[in-house]
Design a protein around this ligand. Sequence first.
Ligand SMILES: [Zn+2]
Length: 210
Amino acid sequence: MTILPIRLFPDPILRQKTKEIEEINKEIIEFGYNMLETMQSAKGVGLAAPQVGKLIKLITIQVPEKNPMIMINPKIENSSGTRNVEEGCLSVPGFTGLVERSMTIDASYLDLNKSKIKLSATDLLSQAIEHEIDHLNGIVYLDHLKSHENLYKTGITPDEIHWHDVGYKIFINKDKSSSKDLEVCEVIEKKIKLSKIKSDSSIDEASVDI
Ligand SMILES: [Zn+2]
């Protein structure tokens, strides 16, 4: 198996839509296992094919104490409720944001044996499936970020500022990025400034990248 390079935001491939998989052949199965290995080695909870450069509807998920899943042509059939959750992404390393996700979802997908599977999910599993299916539609969690003001509600006041260099730069190819990407980058830059406020410079250790 092979560990694949993970594309980083704002790589334009993360903004493209993906195609349904029509035939679950050897190549798809091998790719699914490579994605699983890539996700595990990056310590992620989920990974979507565009994040490793393929525009097909395939995601991998592994939440604690559950078996890893390779999901082909996954779909959200139903969702209910909303909740605010901290979220990160393997394509946006070093950042987390507060986003709104469903309380529960019903999803369907094909497994590698071409069986149609239906599942109901809550908590991290539901969040991860929503996050990864977003990737299949060119959506990244940054699009769901709650307003900038929400970032101030972390109990950090300007009096407590400790400036630390988080050592992270975002390179934007202005010709290729959409204006939406540029807006999002601006939000990230604001987040970097906020994250500098934290005195321990660990901005995301408590949360997971999915
Ligand atoms: Zn992601």
